[in-house]
Design a protein around this ligand. Structure first.
Ligand SMILES: C[S@@+](CC[C@H](N)C(=O)[O-])C[C@H]1O[C@@H](n2cnc3c(N)ncnc32)[C@H](O)[C@@H]1O
Length: 199
C-alpha cells in the first residue's frame, strides 16, 4: 500500500505581518502605554500616607466656598487644586489665585484652561506636594481634603498661616477649630475659620 508524502508547511515560514498590521500594533501599544502613564498619576495617591483622590468640587460646593469668602480679597490658595476650577473661579472673583497640585496632568489641564479662559495672568498652578508647600503668605485658603488628613492639615495651618487668614474647608471640617460660619449642607457643606494668632 502506497502512502502519500506529508508536507509540514508551518515550519520555518517567515513572519508575514503587513505594514498596516505593524502600524496598528505600534499604535495600540503606544496608546496602552500612554493610558497607563496618565492613569498612574490618578492611582498613585492611593499609595501615599494620606490618600487624597481627585474628586472635583460640585457647583454647589463652589458657590458655598465663594459665599464664605464674600467681601474678602487678596491672595487665595486652593490646596490640592485638581482641575483648577476653584482657582479659576477665585480669579474671576478678583483674587490673585494659586493652586498647588501633585498630578502633572491636572496641573497641565489647569494651566491650559486658564489660558483658554484668559485668566492666566491672575492664576498660578504649582506642581508640588501640599505637605511641603508653604501656605503662610496667603490671605485665603481653600481645602477639599479627606477626613483622615484634616488633623494634620490643621496643624500645618496653625503653624504656617498668617494672622487673619481665612481657611475654608470643604466636605470635612478641621477637627479642633470652631468655624465662624458654616455654609450649605450635606456633601457640599463648607466651614469657614479665621486663623487668629495671639503673638
Ligand atoms: C478632592 S480633590 C479636590 C480638587 C479641587 N480642589 C476641587 O475642589 O475641585 C484633591 C486633589 O488633591 C490632589 N492631591 C492629593 N495629594 C496631594 C499632595 N500630596 N499634594 C498636592 N496635591 C495633592 C489630588 O490629585 C486631587 O486633585
Amino acid at each position: 500500500m502506497n502512502s502519500l508524502p506529508i508536507e509540514f508547511s508551518s515550519v520555518d515560514q517567515p513572519s508575514r505581518t503587513s505594514l498596516t498590521g505593524k502600524v496598528l500594533l505600534g499604535l495600540t501599544g503606544g496608546a496602552a502605554l500612554g493610558l497607563s502613564v496618565v492613569c498612574a498619576s490618578f492611582v498613585s495617591p492611593a499609595f501615599r500616607k494620606f490618600c487624597l483622590p481627585y474628586i472635583p468640587a460640585t457647583r454647589n460646593q463652589i458657590t458655598n466656598v465663594f459665599t464664605a469668602l464674600r467681601g474678602r480679597q487678596g491672595t487665595l490658595l486652593d490646596v490640592g487644586s485638581g482641575d483648577g476650577r476653584i482657582v479659576l473661579e477665585a480669579a474671576k472673583c478678583g483674587f490673585v489665585a494659586h493652586g498647588v497640585e501633585l498630578n502633572f496632568w491636572l496641573v497641565l489641564y489647569s494651566r491650559l484652561n486658564s489660558l483658554r479662559k484668559s485668566l492666566s495672568k491672575k492664576t498660578t498652578f504649582y506642581r508640588k506636594d501640599l505637605w511641603s508647600f508653604h501656605v503662610g503668605d496667603y490671605d485665603n485658603i481653600v481645602i477639599f481634603g479627606v477626613e483622615q488628613m484634616m488633623a494634620a492639615l490643621e496643624n500645618k495651618f496653625n503653624t504656617e498661616c498668617k494672622n487673619g487668614c481665612i481657611v475654608v474647608a470643604c466636605r470635612f471640617p478641621l477637627p479642633n477649630r470652631k468655624p465662624f460660619k458654616t455654609f450649605g449642607h450635606g456633601v457640599d457643606t463648607v466651614w469657614a475659620y479665621e486663623i487668629i494668632k495671639t503673638k
